[in-house]
Design a protein around this ligand. Sequence first.
Ligand SMILES: Cc1ncc(CN)c(N)n1
Length: 223
Amino acid sequence: MADYGRAFALWRQAAGADWDRYVGHDFVRQLAAGTLPRDSFLYYLRQDYVFLLHFARAWALVMAKSNRLPEMRAAAGIAQALLEEEMPLHVGICAREGITSDMLAQTPESPANMAYTRYVLATGQSGDVLDLLAALAPCVLGYGEIGRRHAGSGGPYAKWTATYGGEDYQRLCQEVGQLIDAALEARLGPDWPSLPRASSLAQQFAQATQLEVAFWQMGLDRT
Ligand SMILES: Cc1ncc(CN)c(N)n1
């Protein structure tokens, strides 16, 4: 299991079978084995491009909600990495298939995409920075775990697995894990796992994990 910090370890364990359904989804297995239909991959990538736009906004919301400078810096850096490093992966792969950036930006959002992105943004609007971080964590850290597991798997989707299994993305996961742990300790103290608040945060994490499962299924079914 990837070591992305204390909160991740606790929340991942609490999410239980949902977490396994996320990181071990058929979409991921077929992608790593190189057997995923190209149309499913491209459908997913187009949706994911739109997803990442909303997630960059959500990290900007972390910055807007935070009153701690290191957190604000980290959140701004993550929003920047989504826009300048992760989205270009999608643009590059799609360009080779004749799908332009304009076409990507005009992708009609699928219900699963809308459900996930709006859930996270609404959680951020109505809750505090901890709620928002708990809802954002499965996105960043789940792909880190998947990337580590399948890095170097080769085949037609090697660039995708190499990106999430690569040094830069893994460093981002370490930083996000540390950011979450520090945010929790600063606001709730070191014994935060024993507080009633801990279960509602674990619940946000589990909910976002279920929405990740639905996102993979969307890609597989092209719905
Ligand atoms: C749906 C989803 N979840 C997570 C990631 C990784 N940032 C992503 N690109 N897309």
